[in-house]
Design a binder for this molecule. Structure first.
Ligand code: PEP
Ligand code: MN
Length: 362
């Protein structure tokens, strides 16, 4: 896939990119107030507002619809910061493009549906408009990539992703589970694709926005999308997670920006030394695994010779409980040891099954 970096298509784009605004556009007064305050504060490059709101249950506020579009255009003209809005079908795309909206995003409930994404991609074809693609509700990286591919195949290259966390059935500390490894894998596969983190929808409560935002910057993501409202408690959608507009600038200025690379040569050398140590430790681990594998094969031979089953429940129980208590005593992360030994044991069973099968076919 081919992407154009945000700096090529957004005037005043910054790193990290800050997108902010209310969950929903509620009135012209609210939109003008948000645009004015945030343009004066100076840390925001793109304003957000939901016009059509996908609500979990019917009979909730479903957005002001296309009546809100002229407010956004007016605010953009007056305060100089463009808006991004959510589109979920062809009708939304047409209305947004007709009104002169310059950026759109695809929401999590739409990214899950390839038919909807294709409909939007077809409707956007030829517009060359920037599109932000939120992750699907479920932790499925392929579905997220698939949505981006559909847009790219429609000739859209001004693309970026938004990580807003994943739904879970159990109630957790956050509204949506961040599963950071998924956006990190997306970045690994598509280094050119910029990823903006949406701490508001991950956290679901303004009290946790700072820690999630800082984590996003610490991990080196490309920007933040944050919901802010002049009077969040009265907001028509997502009241708990929006931060007070008058606190927005302080919120941003308290975040610590991280550099992607070391500026200081001495610090860089120290890091290199530590990385060498890690390389040595890893090679030592592989050496140990090789040795272990040889012994496992010998045991396999022995079991085959004596007609004993490969899987020995008692022995496995003893191994895992011994390794976990050793890990606990040495303060090594228990879950890490549990998952590593599960894999090691599975590999041993595979190896010994092969040994037995080979013996049988001789
Ligand atoms: C939103 O940004 O207000 C929204 C509805 O987001 P999501 O699609 O991430 O739930
Ligand atoms: Mn919202």
């Amino acid at each position: 896939m081919k992407f154009q970096p945000i700096s090529k298509w957004l005037p005043n784009a910054a790193k990290p990119l800050i997108i902010a605004g209310p969950c929903s556009a509620e009135s012209e007064v609210q939109i003008m107030q948000v645009a004015e305050t945030l343009s004066e504060a100076g840390s925001v490059q793109l304003l957000r507002a939901g016009v059509w709101k996908p609500r979990t249950r019917p009979n909730s506020f479903e957005g002001m619809g296309k009546n809100a579009l002229p407010w956004l255009i007016k605010a953009e003209k007056e305060f100089g910061i463009p808006f991004v809005i959510e589109v979920a079908n062809e009708e939304h795309v047409k209305a947004a493009l007709d009104a002169g909206i310059s950026h759109v995003w695809i929401g999590a409930r739409t990214t899950v549906n390839p038919f909807s994404v294709q409909e939007i991609a077809d409707a956007l074809e030829g517009s060359n408009i920037p599109v932000f693609v939120k992750n699907p509700l479920n932790p499925d990286l392929q579905l997220w990539i698939g949505a981006i591919e559909r847009l790219n195949a429609a000739g859209l290259e001004k693309l970026a992703a938004i990580h807003r966390g994943f739904s879970t059935y159990e109630k957790r500390a956050y509204r949506n589970s961040p599963n950071w490894e998924i956006p990190i894998e997306l970045k690994t596969q598509f280094p050119e694709l910029e990823i903006i983190v949406d701490p508001s929808h991950i956290g679901g409560d303004r009290s946790v926005l700072r820690e999630i935002s800082q984590k996003a910057l610490d991990l080196g993501f490309d920007g933040l999308m944050i919901e802010t409202h002049p009077n969040p408690d009265e907001a028509l959608s997502d009241p708990k997670q929006q931060i007070f507009l008058h606190e927005f600038e302080a919120f941003i200025s308290e975040l610590e920006e991280k550099q992607p690379h070391f500026k200081d040569r001495i610090a860089k050398n120290q890091l290199e030394q530590l990385r060498k140590l890690i390389d040595e430790i890893d090679h030592g681990l592989i050496e140990s695994l090789k040795h272990r594998q040889e012994i496992v094969a010998q045991i396999g031979d022995y079991k085959a010779e004596h007609g004993v089953t490969v899987f020995q429940l008692e022995r496995w129980r003893k191994i895992i409980s011994d390794r976990l208590s050793d890990a606990e005593a040495r303060k090594v992360e228990i879950e890490l040891v549990r998952s590593v030994w599960n894999e090691i044991h599975k590999a041993s069973i595979r190896l010994q099954t092969d040994v037995v099968n080979r013996k049988l076919s001789q």
